[in-house]
Ligand binder design. Structure first.
Ligand SMILES: NC(=O)c1ccc[n+]([C@@H]2O[C@H](COP(=O)([O-])OP(=O)(O)OC[C@H]3O[C@@H](n4cnc5c(N)ncnc54)[C@H](OP(=O)(O)O)[C@@H]3O)[C@@H](O)[C@H]2O)c1
Length: 281
């Protein structure tokens, strides 16, 4: 028998404080839900819109009504593509909390269209949020993350990338070249941060989802033939579900993931390996 210390809390986040960008809907909201259910003390979600059907306020209300949670959700509106707004966000967090254990850089933007007419603003938007904004957010959050970190229990950075950063998913009429490039950069940013921040007791890892139905993904899912078609193309016969992202996030951020640093976890049922519809030729 081995003496596995604290096995009962391997997948718990009791007492932890997390900041999740893009937490008002989609994958960020799934992660926020999972963190609270796993015992987190506080989950701070951020997005640009506070009000409305998909804004932060409704998400915070729903999160705080989760049954059995001991922690709470709070929201701070911020545009994490803009450095000044990231600075304001970090300063607002500092007003209430001197340390943050977990940072999930999840907010992302995509743009699709044919190659040559690509408007320059679209490349700027995608790169500013998916790469430059993540770099600046982590950089400015380091003091708070370092304050919470210990050698035994490092603070965690999780960057939500995409399998589009590992392959070339869509070219042509609905091409997503700059999105794919931005996500490849996010993967490599994560590896650099793993080496830069590891000695300061902060781990950095990447989660690369395949298709999960969401506001961001639904348009492309329709263009590619709809959910049924994509499910048939997927080795696991389905698209991603909230529980899939919840499980990986809790693993990476809990004691079970404390020695994992600089990895990419593809979360796509194996779809990235099938070379799309070419397998049917
Ligand atoms: N769903 C998928 O199939 C899929 C696949 C691969 C990768 N991903 C990645 O997963 C992440 C989340 O995507 P999702 O599908 O959950 O998208 P989503 O449902 O559209 O949610 C995006 C979230 O990000 C926020 N956001 C967007 N721009 C922002 C900005 N500039 N500053 C702050 N917050 C911003 C949105 O709120 P506001 O609009 O109010 O700002 C929202 O909370 C992205 O990085 C995406 O690239 C998703």
């Amino acid at each position: 028998m081995s003496d596995l210390k604290h096995f009962g809390s391997f997948f718990r986040l009791d007492g932890k404080i997390a900041l999740i960008t893009g937490g008002s809907r989609g994958l960020g909201l799934h992660a926020a839900t999972a963190f609270l259910l796993a015992g987190a003390k506080k989950v701070i979600i951020t997005a640009r819109k506070a009000g409305g059907e998909q804004g932060i306020d409704q998400a915070v209300d729903k999160l705080n009504k989760l049954p059995g949670i001991k922690g709470c959700a709070v929201g701070i509106a911020a545009n994490v593509a803009q450095t000044e707004d990231i600075e304001r966000l970090v300063n607002e967090v500092k007003r209430t909390d001197q340390e943050v254990d977990i940072l999930v850089a999840n907010a992302g933007a995509t743009w699709g269209g044919p190659f040559e007419p690509t408007p320059d603003w679209s490349s700027q938007k995608v790169l500013d949020l998916n790469v430059r904004g993540v770099f600046n957010l982590v950089r400015l959050m380091v003091p708070l993350l370092e304050a919470a970190a210990t050698p035994q229990d490092p603070s965690r950075v999780v960057i939500v990338s995409s399998t589009a950063g590992m392959n070339v998913p869509h070219v042509g009429e609905h091409g997503t070249i700059m999105y794919s490039v931005s996500k490849a950069a996010a993967h490599h940013l994560s590896r650099n941060l793993a080496v830069e921040l590891g000695p300061r007791n902060i781990t950095t890892n990447t989660v690369a989802p395949g298709f999960f139905p969401s506001k961001l993904a639904n348009g492309l899912i329709d263009i590619l033939g709809g959910q049924d078609q994509l499910e048939r193309d997927n080795p696991r016969g389905r698209l991603g579900q909230p529980e899939d992202i919840a499980g990986v996030m809790v693993y990476l951020c809990s004691p079970a993931g404390s020695y994992v640093n600089g990895v990419d976890i593809a979360l796509d049922g194996g779809a990235r390996l099938t070379a799309g519809r070419m397998t049917k030729l």
